[in-house]
Write a new protein. Structure first.
Length: 622
């Protein structure tokens, strides 16, 4: 009976979404936000209370059968094991803080019922992914987060660019969803089940070529949701939504779904070394690509968006190296400090009269020292300050990639090192341009709501101290997360402490080098000096233009040909020609029946002449 209470974890946010969606416009503003916060907070509380059910082999419980027939059975079932339990705890905990923050942030908005309904629905969809015991239910949640991202990114749809950003996110992620759907169907055809434990247990039955193909299909699906190359173009534009949406997408939902999918099905992933190398290289290339783009961004939230893309790339490196616990460790610490950074960015934007351009900010430290210290805590975690949570989790992934020896993973490790340096550089660039010096334009005085401020310290503490979740033995820890995950932790990491300390020293040196380079370049405002390289990086390596030229323009050309060439010219032309011909013939015949006596007499005479001619012709033949 206690196991059935696990369904409250996803259903409570769904209930909150239903209340606000159906009744929200009739409720006072404070009640709308209160319902949304209470729903997610209650889900977090239930997760904490039922935490023991996730230990060891975990708990699997079924509410009812969803689909059944011809060998297929998909239940409304929950799999609450160490992996899903820890993920659910992070999602509900961080989401609760983001919902509280959103109440203050959206204080002056009118349509908060729709906003909080979608925000709760977003959490429900993510929890469906996390807790699903079968791949079809997971896919239902997978599509759910896509729908919610579309609705929330384009929340301010009166501005066409916001609506376009929502459509772009929806369509680009759908590309990856197609590949994941094929992988799910292939696994069912090969193994006869869509149950996640059954698929993982029977993965050894897959032929090597089939396993590689399925994992690559899953990788393509994960790239769509987690904004990895080449399906990454939607994420920077997703900043069009309200800041709490950005925090939720980047920290607790959506972009973490791809990483979780690969970790959830790691027994399948581990069957194919080539596919694991592909996962690692996709992550490494994305980490480097996004870090370079972040160096040139002008909008504060776009810097953080590219940062997320880069950090998710590190998680992919971890999965490719076989370090599931390392990837999940970085996922958790990143959730803490990235939620902190986005929520801090929302505070900065309010203090700067809704300005997003970091070149038009400056001096924010003097306006709000509290926001500065909170943002600094998140920035230090992101940049990899030694002994912070971000340092330990990122260093663990790089160590796992290095320990695998020469090969593709060593290249991924080198790209990870370069990306780590660039991360430190662009993080301190952001800090100097936003908080240092004097305001670069006249600003009005603003008072931030308490809910926007006091939700930041818990995230700062979790980000800075998050390394304790999986502290390595070399630092006196016991790798708590690794041992908690047990058999789900991935491949064992075998490396001596000397190598571990040496690589940690390199990571600390890269942090210091990036901070020093940013200090030399940005401690005094350098002015806005655009050039071709900056323009190239600002435009994300012209990725959107490349997609436009290589895919959209040919597609539009084919569409125009099918419309104007085939439909209008050929099909409508032929049908229109027949119609015109029939109409002309009808017009001619209609003239013979116009009701005039003279017309009928003429017709009678011509008819008589024809009959006489025919009669004379017959007589002549005889």
């Amino acid at each position: 009976m206690k196991a059935q209470l696990l369904f409250l974890i996803p259903l409570l946010p769904l209930l909150g979404a239903a209340v606000n969606g159906l009744l929200g416009m009739k409720l006072p503003r404070a009640v709308r936000g209160g319902v949304a916060v209470a729903a997610v907070a209650a889900s977090f509380a239930v997760t904490c209370l039922l935490w023991p059910l996730g230990h060891g082999e975990g708990t699997r419980t079924v509410l009812g059968t969803w689909l059944a027939g011809t060998g297929l059975q998909a239940d409304f079932g929950i799999l609450f094991d160490p992996l899903s339990a820890s993920m659910a705890l992070m999602v509900t905990g961080v989401s609760t803080l983001i919902h509280l923050y959103a109440v203050g942030y959206m204080n002056h908005e009118e349509d908060t019922a729709r906003f909080f309904a979608l925000l709760n629905l977003f959490v429900f969809a993510m929890l469906t992914i996390v807790l699903a015991d079968n791949l079809l239910l997971l896919f239902l949640g997978w599509e759910g987060v896509g729908f919610c991202s579309y609705g929330l990114i384009g929340f301010w749809y009166a501005k066409l660019e916001n609506a376009a950003a929502g459509r772009k996110a929806f369509l680009v992620t759908r590309v990856g969803d197609v590949f994941l759907a094929i992988a799910v169907l292939w696994l069912f055809a090969a193994l006869g089940s869509v149950g996640i434990p059954e698929v993982n247990a029977g993965a050894g039955q897959l032929a090597p070529a089939a396993a590689t193909a399925i994992v690559l299909l899953m990788l393509a699906g994960a790239c769509g949701k987690s904004a990895q190359l080449p399906l990454m173009t939607w994420l920077p534009d997703a900043m069009a939504g309200p800041t709490p949406v950005s925090a939720l997408i980047h920290a607790a939902t959506m972009v973490t779904a791809g990483v979780y999918l690969l970790c959830r099905l790691f027994p399948v992933v581990a069957l194919s070394p080539p596919a694991m190398a592909a996962i690692a290289m996709v992550g490494a290339l994305t980490a480097f690509y996004a870090a370079t783009c972040a160096l040139a961004q002008r909008e504060i939230k776009r810097v953080l968006a590219y940062s997320t893309m880069s950090q998710i790339g590190f998680m992919f490196i971890g999965v490719g190296a076989g370090a599931v616990s390392g990837a999940m460790f970085h996922l958790f610490t990143h959730a803490f400090f990235k939620a902190l950074l986005f929520m801090g960015a929302g505070c900065v934007i309010h203090l700067c009269d809704e300005e997003n351009d970091i070149f038009r900010m400056g001096g924010v430290k003097a306006r709000s020292p509290f926001v500065f210290w909170m943002f600094l805590a998140g920035g230090l975690c992101l940049a990899g300050l030694p002994f912070s949570g971000g340092f330990f989790s990122k260093d663990g992934i790089l160590l796992a990639a290095f320990s695998q020896g020469p090969g593709w993973l060593r290249i991924a490790w080198l790209l990870g090192l370069v990306s780590a340096f660039l991360t430190s550089l662009y993080t301190f660039r952001l800090l100097y341009l936003v908080f240092a010096g004097q305001p670069r334009r006249k600003l009005h005085k603003h008072t931030l709501p308490g809910l926007m401020l006091w939700t930041l310290p818990p995230l700062a503490l979790l980000g800075l101290g998050g390394g304790l979740l999986n502290l390595p033995p070399a630092y006196g820890g016991g790798e708590a997360l690794h041992h908690y995950l047990g058999g789900l932790a991935g491949l064992p990491l075998v490396v001596d402490h000397a190598t571990e300390f040496a690589l940690a020293t390199v990571a600390g040196g890269l942090f210091a080098l990036g901070a020093l380079a940013a200090w030399g370049r940005y401690r005094a405002f350098p002015g806005d000096q655009p050039n071709r390289v900056k323009g190239f990086l600002l435009a994300g390596w012209q990725a959107d233009a490349l997609v436009e030229r290589s895919l959209l323009r040919p597609f539009k050309a084919i569409g125009r040909f099918c419309w104007q060439g085939l439909d209008v010219t050929m099909i409508e032309g032929i049908l229109g020609g027949f119609a015109s011909f029939s109409q002309r013939q009808g017009d001619l015949l209609r003239k013979l029946t116009d009701g005039r006596l003279s017309t009928y007499l003429i017709g009678f005479v011509w008819g008589l002449l024809v009959l006489l001619g025919w009669f004379l012709l017959v007589l002549a033949r005889h």
